[in-house]
Design a protein around this ligand. Sequence first.
Ligand SMILES: NC(=O)c1ccc[n+]([C@@H]2O[C@H](COP(=O)([O-])OP(=O)(O)OC[C@H]3O[C@@H](n4cnc5c(N)ncnc54)[C@H](O)[C@@H]3O)[C@@H](O)[C@H]2O)c1
Ligand SMILES: O=C(O)C(=O)C[C@@H](O)[C@H](O)[C@H](O)COP(=O)(O)O
Ligand SMILES: [Zn+2]
Length: 358
Amino acid sequence: MTVSRVQVGGADPYDVVIGTGVLGELAGMIGDRARTVAVVHAEGLPEIARPVCGALEAAGYAVHALPVPDGEAAKEVGVLAGLWSRFAELGMTRTDAVVGVGGGATTDLAGFAAASWLRGVKAVLVPTTLLGMVDAAVGGKTGINIPEGKNLVGAFHPPAGVLCDLTTLMTMPREDYISGLAEVIKAGFIADPTILELVEDDPAGAAAPDGPHTRELVERAIQVKADVVSADLREAGLREILNYGHTLAHAIEKAEDYRFRHGHAVAIGMIYAAELARRAGRLSPEIVARHRAVIASVGLPTSYGIDAWPGLRKTMTIDKKSRGATLRFVVLDGIAEPGRLEGPDEDLLAAAYQEVAR
Ligand SMILES: NC(=O)c1ccc[n+]([C@@H]2O[C@H](COP(=O)([O-])OP(=O)(O)OC[C@H]3O[C@@H](n4cnc5c(N)ncnc54)[C@H](O)[C@@H]3O)[C@@H](O)[C@H]2O)c1
Ligand SMILES: O=C(O)C(=O)C[C@@H](O)[C@H](O)[C@H](O)COP(=O)(O)O
Ligand SMILES: [Zn+2]
């Protein structure tokens, strides 16, 4: 299989490499100044972490595998503190490096551990889920959750490189793969309508890691993300579009104590944002219906509990896009026409929620 690459621009450009057998590029991304490399990996993925460690050992680094809890349980301050202690024991200095291997939760944690250790050491990310490849590992947003909210503690710390081995997708739990499709579909709505057409033409194919368009969907979604973060790493403006659907999604995740898949929450959140835009007179009913259809077609959820609204509304107040008391949403004025809805009134917020409530 051929290897393709997407370049991410900015102060320190880096490559996202997509294909199979991509580990040959790992040592080049780490560079020759590092002596010790900490491989932070999801504890359930030793078979995937082993060749990563092997490639680094073969290149002459002192390699230490540091397993962390699977999934969202990794994004906790106690787990992060445990990594800091291990980095200290290993004597990691500013020229050493962290490699993150796993889904988005693992790479968010590993990236933040790298960002915070000695105020910043090199990170290379090896995402092993669809969501990790198309979104989490690219763009330098790193962080952890706290009981008060999702990703409330973190840093912008772009990786030195990202390696996406598409064969790792084959062992993914189906529901986690479907969850990743929500971020792929998000990229379609905010920037690349071809993604939507590929999913709509063959939803079953899109929902299978060995589907006919997997590689194209991955590459297109990565390109969307790369284009945005290259122009606006620190979310001064444009980058907010990548947060489409996330205002409600993060509130749902918190309400579920982070046991609800991120992409599932984003799917509901995108429909909510579309309903907000329709009620604000900015989006046509046809495009709202298109949201519902494409999201449901791959098995993603379209609704959430009717009684949850008061709690979700309260949590949304500390969304990172809020400015003071003003809630701000990413909405669409059309396909690939993202805009902002600032300070919508409470009746509008609640009425739009009724459209996703069950
Ligand atoms: N930093 C960002 O820009 C960004 C973007 C989007 C999402 N995220 C974050 O990403 C996280 C979600 O990531 P996710 O969907 O990858 O979930 P995840 O990291 O929780 O992984 C899901 C499950 O799949 C397992 N797994 C991973 N790879 C596997 C493989 N190849 N084979 C078998 N099992 C495998 C994991 O161990 C875990 O149990 C959330 O915390 C979300 O906030 C971050
Ligand atoms: O990269 C971004 O910017 C995003 O918003 C991508 C999102 O898919 C991702 O879930 C991100 O972690 C959300 O960021 P947050 O700043 O709202 O926590
Ligand atoms: Zn997301």
